[in-house]
Design a protein around this ligand. Structure first.
Ligand code: DLL
Length: 462
């Protein structure tokens, strides 16, 4: 149907049909985009997953020489996959497979089905290309519509999208999801920070979606402009992801700006940004009708116990141009299959600790940048920006943590700074079990990022 009054206003049916239904649970109000799916009883959800798993395995066997060969090597045939736990019989796929089949060797449909490409930056090798059918885009958009609704966004909200538009999935992903729920989109992209703040005020943005590191920078620039995000804007929600960030950063952001900061997760191979926490902020809901997730021991490939940390592995259940079978995403997380208090039955993954390939090995000890962040941001004298520089002196690895001292805590007295630096080093040693040199610098010294922050400079690799 052409839009209302011929003005191109689309899809009013969405709003009258099942958009953001409100279910009353006790005296709490929870909003769902698709209550039937989001609250589906676990046994039905698992049945649905089982059927879809069988379909996707048959589909890739029929359409992909790559998967046919992989299945043959693993000695598994589509008929062997009858129940959900049979997923463990299937072989893994990895980023290397994507690179080796560059650009489109893992696509399962011919080019005339593809309506869009996204391409990863490929900083550490060949880029990876993901193709989407219209149905794949719809599934991605629907995932985000559910997610954004779960954090209370909808019609009447103005969502400022500060993720990059273009080959990166962040901008367009959020854009489509926000439009789908009937919110107004302000498609800023990254950069032009003063203009971001001006338009945030002038157009009354109620939510912003960008990397947490970029939002910290936006807040700094706002302060320099004499603008308080809390008092001088309508912003109430942040949708932050695309890079690891800590609970401490969440606290800092919420305290400094008065907004609610939500975690959003996804990867370009899976589509792009897909899943958020619900308003309870206790784990990210992964839409189980679309994705089957496993959390495995990265070394053995075996399932870890409930509550234990492992590597996230995903099989797509409703994505057809570029389906994935047991794709090792490389992110480390904890799976929580308990039904959430919000009523959603879909499993949750807890905050991503980092990637298996982000882990630093310092003198034989594993260190994740996010652990360093947690330690630093517990100290009120330390600012949110930091950098970890790793080098080798002779046979020894040396880790230097460069941190900014907040303006309030900055002192002209060398002895004060020395004692602060010693305290930071001691806290780091306590948590990481490895010593670090601490370099204190003035606020504003460490380069700010507008996309994914570069927290680690590993000179050993140069
Ligand atoms: O970063 C998709 C995205 C866009 C997610 C906007 C969220 C918001 P890639 O560029 O393929 O896709 O990078 C995916 O980023 O494997 C994680 O290592 C990391 N990542 C994404 N979200 C989070 C998060 C997008 N919330 C990679 N916490 C993933 C921690 C995250 N790491």
């Amino acid at each position: 149907m052409r839009g209302l009054l011929g003005l191109g206003v689309q899809q009013p049916t969405v709003f009258y049909n099942w958009n953001a239904m409100i279910a009353s649970v006790g005296d709490m109000m929870f909003r769902y985009w698709n209550p039937h799916i989001e609250r589906m009883p676990l046994t039905d959800l698992q049945k649905l997953q089982e059927n879809r798993l069988r379909s996707v395995v048959r589909f890739v066997s029929a359409h992909s020489a790559f998967y046919r060969q992989r299945f043959a090597e693993a000695g598994v045939a589509p008929e062997d996959i009858t129940k959900l736990s049979d997923v463990a019989k299937l072989p893994f796929t990895t980023k290397l497979d994507l690179r080796n089949t560059y650009p489109t060797g893992m696509f399962c449909l011919p080019g005339d089905w593809i309506v869009r490409y996204h391409v990863s930056s490929g900083t550490t090798g060949k880029p990876t290309v993901v193709g989407y059918t219209q149905g794949d885009i719809d599934m991605w958009t629907d995932s985000l519509a559910r997610a954004l609704t779960s954090i209370g966004l909808g019609r009447g909200d103005v969502i400022q999208v500060g993720y990059g538009y273009g080959l990166f999935t962040g901008g367009l992903g959020l854009h489509y999801g926000a439009e789908k729920i009937g919110a107004t989109v302000l498609p800023m992209g990254t950069g032009n920070t003063e203009r971001q703040i001006e338009l945030m005020q002038d157009l009354g943005s109620t939510a912003i979606a960008c990397t947490p590191s970029y939002f910290l920078y936006i807040n700094e620039v706002a302060q320099q402009m004499g603008i308080s995000i809390r008092d001088d804007t309508k912003l109430k929600v942040g949708v932050f992801g695309a890079e690891p960030w800590s609970e401490e950063t969440r606290k800092r952001i919420e305290e400094a700006t008065g907004i609610k900061a939500y975690d959003i997760f996804g990867t370009s191979e899976m589509s792009g940004p897909l899943f958020t926490e619900c308003h309870l902020q206790n784990g990210i809901h992964v839409w189980a009708d679309y994705f089957l997730i496993e959390v495995l021991d990265p070394k053995t490939g075996e399932q870890v116990g409930e509550g234990e940390r492992g590597e996230l592995v995903v099989t797509t259940l409703d994505k057809w141009a570029f389906p994935l079978i047991r794709y090792r995403i490389g992110d480390l997380t904890i799976l929580n299959t308990e039904v959430c208090e919000c009523g959603r039955t879909h499993p949750r993954i807890m905050r991503i600790l980092g990637r298996t390939d982000d882990m630093l090995i310092i003198r034989g000890i594993n260190v994740f940048p996010s652990q360093v962040e947690s330690v630093l941001l517990r100290m009120p004298e330390i600012g949110e920006q930091y950098q970890i520089i790793v080098d080798r002196k002779g046979p020894l690895d040396v880790m230097t943590v460069k941190v900014e001292v907040t303006e309030k805590a900055f002192s002209d007295k060398i002895s004060d700074l020395m004692s602060l630096s010693k305290r930071v080093a001691k806290e780091l040693q306590k948590v990481l079990n490895v010593s670090a040199e601490v370099e204190l610098v003035e606020q504003g010294t460490i380069p700010r990022s507008m996309g994914k922050a570069q927290r680690v400079i590993d000179k050993r690799k140069v």
